[in-house]
Design a protein around this ligand. Structure first.
Ligand code: SF4
Length: 328
């Protein structure tokens, strides 16, 4: 998978603003390329580039606070600004593209088979893969498929989703027969498939065969409902709030705390930056956890934890604050 980064924009911003020290932050998939890019930019600008080695999970996980005394600007690659951030560090969002030339040929038979099955498709993607989604959209239209892209919440661009926000899918749900998600991994596709009652297909840079994830989502739903039942039995609960700027949701945690206490449970509010199983071992009296930070922790990584762990939306469903199951 070749990732193309717009170096010109980065160079001109550094030269125009006369930065002397900047930070480079990117998701894990881009890390193998980032050192080469940092050297290239240093050579062209004379500016010191500090590469942020910490994981970056999404636009909710930008480490500007920790960098305030270290850099003048932070260049954040691949994600888009979803929520305005106030910081003494200037934050620049630099888009990346995945090389789509060969990919569209590789997926053409998959798109043809999708076009044979459905006339109206809801197209979804995540920001790093938007140029692949554009190429798939053109191909589907050539195959006479009607392609719809929902506007979604303010944080999203048309047709985009985040792992915790599939509002653009919900917006066109009544008008399409199925969804196609262009992106990587399974987490985003499963999130959509757990939320909508239509087929959800997936294509990505690494997998060019059409995959309907509905079957996987149904298996996951059984596991999630069983996890909720395990938490329902527990007396002492830990509600986790995120310290990452875009993952802090104290009000949601407090609403859940009140509802759980009404049921006679003991509730502890715990704050973490990275939620890791080893950190939770320090709280052995807690029998189950609710994560109000990133839902991926409970949905993707639950097997790493030695006690039941559910998302905030699942907890709201458990205590009756929500009537319909949604993963987030
Ligand atoms: S799914 Fe998690 S990492 Fe992705 S935007 Fe939402 S909170 Fe951030």
């Amino acid at each position: 998978m070749k990732i193309i980064v717009d170096t010109e924009e980065t160079v001109s911003l550094i030269l125009e603003r006369k930065y002397r020290v900047v930070g480079f932050e990117c998701p894990e998939g881009l890390k193998p390329q980032i050192l080469k890019l940092a050297h290239k930019i240093e050579d062209k600008t004379g500016c010191l580039v500090i590469v942020i080695g910490e994981p970056c999970r999404g636009p909710c996980d930008i480490k500007y606070k920790q960098l305030e005394d270290l850099v003048e600007a932070l260049f954040h690659f691949a994600h888009r600004e979803t929520t305005p951030i106030k910081s003494s560090v200037s934050i620049h969002y630099i888009p990346v593209k995945i090389d789509s030339k060969g990919w569209i040929n590789d997926v053409s038979s998959s798109l043809k088979s999708l076009a044979d099955r459905h006339e109206k498709i809801g197209l979804l993607t995540t920001p790093p893969y938007s140029n692949l989604a554009d190429a798939a959209e053109r191909k589907l239209r050539e195959l006479s498929v009607s392609v719809l892209k929902g506007r979604g919440s303010k944080r999203l661009k048309r047709g985009e989703i985040l792992g915790c926000d599939v509002s653009s899918a919900l917006e066109v749900l009544g008008e399409v027969e199925a969804f196609l998600l262009v992106g990587d991994g399974l987490f985003h596709a499963l999130g959509v498939a757990l939320t909508v009652d239509k087929p959800v297909y997936k294509l990505g840079p690494e997998n060019t065969s059409l995959m309907n994830v509905k079957g996987e989502a149904e298996k996951l739903l059984v596991k999630r409902l069983s996890m909720i039942e395990k938490v329902r039995d527990k007396k002492e609960i830990g509600i986790i709030i995120g310290l990452k700027p875009g993952q802090m949701n104290l009000q949601r945690a407090l609403r859940l705390k009140a509802a759980l206490e009404k049921e006679g449970r003991t509730v502890n509010i715990l704050a973490f930056d990275e939620v890791k199983p080893s950190k939770l071992l320090n709280f052995p009296s807690i029998e189950a956890f609710i994560v109000t930070a990133c839902p991926r922790i409970a949905i993707d990584d639950y097997q790493d934890f030695n006690r039941p762990i559910i998302t905030a939306a699942e907890a709201e469903y458990m205590v009756g604050l929500k009537r319909v199951y949604r993963p987030f």
